[in-house]
Design a protein around this ligand. Structure first.
Ligand SMILES: NC(=O)c1ccc[n+]([C@@H]2O[C@H](COP(=O)([O-])OP(=O)(O)OC[C@H]3O[C@@H](n4cnc5c(N)ncnc54)[C@H](OP(=O)(O)O)[C@@H]3O)[C@@H](O)[C@H]2O)c1
Length: 335
């Protein structure tokens, strides 16, 4: 019997800042799963900045969203009906079939997650791609060493809060920036970062000089823009920059740093990465993250928004300076 599912579609492509008009809602009737397939009802889904890039009709490392077609994103759901013996009914699975209530897919594209260990949303956040991004950036791209000083922009966001925590766990000194006072309070009082500042309050370089008079060894860049330029000044010789994201330029391109030449004299290394190239690191990452989470040394910080209808506004929100999310922005669909 067909199963109805509401989904969010791309209605039109934004020029600059997206609006709610760029999204539409539709209900589809899902067919019964065929042999090897499962019917899954999503419990929660992820809201990610990179989705903004997929709203453009541009060639990138992931294909653009298509007008009139549902958006995609990571989600954790419960298997309602299984026609594949590898995944039983009732199991929780991670998929890329978010931004819809339910879906039918082959078992081969789903990953079972253990919700006895951590709630479903944690598999989108600290134990999911978000946590992996922070961990790969710090330990595989920057090869962070204990005792080093790290600066992370977007420090109170999903990746940023994970960066702060992993770097502190490895005995590093951490500077973090964010766009609102409640985020700074969170960074100081809950994550115990060594110096937190509002990148909209004064010159970021003055903050970096104050928070790290001896300079920084690693800059974890989530924003690009003026903070990247300030970090290039603040980096010590042989410093490393983890080019993770450039959210300040996702809606409108921003000028590049004017001091890129410093990379030569200071022998800096700037390296971009895409986390999906590092899925083979999941076992090593989870071997550190799961015990730390269980021991309470690692927090799964998230901001939960209720209901599919609220998802487009949540995406628009995280693309703004001073967005409301602390930690991972998650849409809760059902229990
Ligand atoms: N390379 C990869 O494979 C990979 C994987 C995942 C994520 N990323 C990137 O990592 C970054 C963080 O992603 P996330 O999922 O953790 O998102 P997030 O940090 O939870 O949310 C985005 C945050 O960006 C900040 N922001 C928005 N506009 C800004 C601007 N103009 N200047 C400075 N900050 C701004 C907002 O916080 P404030 O209040 O601080 O302004 C907002 O909360 C993004 O750039 C994303 O694209 C890369």
């Amino acid at each position: 019997m067909p199963t109805p599912s509401r989904e969010i579609r791309l209605a039109s492509r934004p020029h600059g800042e997206p609006t709610l008009d760029n999204f539409s809602f539709a209900t589809v009737q899902l067919p019964d799963p065929q042999p090897g397939e499962l019917l899954v009802r999503n419990l929660c889904m992820s809201v990610d900045p990179y989705m903004r890039g997929r709203m453009n009709d541009a060639k990138s490392y992931v294909p653009p969203f298509q007008i009139g077609k549902p958006l995609e994103g990571s989600a954790v759901g419960k298997v309602i009906l299984s026609h594949d013996k590898s995944i039983p009914e009732g199991a929780h699975v991670l998929s890329m079939y978010g931004w819809r209530e339910a879906f039918v897919a082959p078992a081969s594209v789903l990953r079972v997650v253990d919700t006895a260990l951590a709630p479903p949303s944690a598999w989108l956040g600290i134990l999911g791609i978000t946590g992996l991004t922070a961990w790969v950036g710090l330990f595989r791209i920057a090869a962070l060493k204990p005792g080093e000083t790290v600066f992370v922009s977007g420090g109170a966001g999903a990746v940023g809060t994970a960066v702060c925590q992993f770097a502190k766990m490895h005995g590093c000194r951490v500077l973090a920036s964010a766009g609102s006072e409640d985020k700074l309070e969170y960074l100081r009082n809950q994550l115990h970062v060594d110096y937190a500042f509002n990148y909209r309050d004064g010159d970021p370089l003055e903050h970096l000089k104050k928070g790290a008079p001896e300079g920084i060894h690693v800059y974890f860049d989530n924003t690009g823009g003026p903070q990247l330029e300030a970090a290039l000044y603040a980096l010590n010789n042989h410093g490393r920059v983890v080019m993770c994201g450039g959210i300040s330029g996702y809606n409108q391109p921003v000028p590049g740093p004017r001091n890129l030449m410093l990379t030569i004299g200071k022998r800096l290394r700037l390296e971009g990465f895409i986390v999906s190239d590092y899925l083979n690191e999941i076992p090593a990452f989870l071997a550190e993250a799961i015990p730390a989470l269980k021991a309470g040394k690692l927090l799964n910080q998230e901001t939960i928004v209720e209901g599919l209808d609220a998802a487009p506004a949540a995406l628009l929100d995280i693309l703004h300076s001073g967005a409301t999310n602390i930690g991972k922005m998650v849409i809760k669909l059902t229990d």
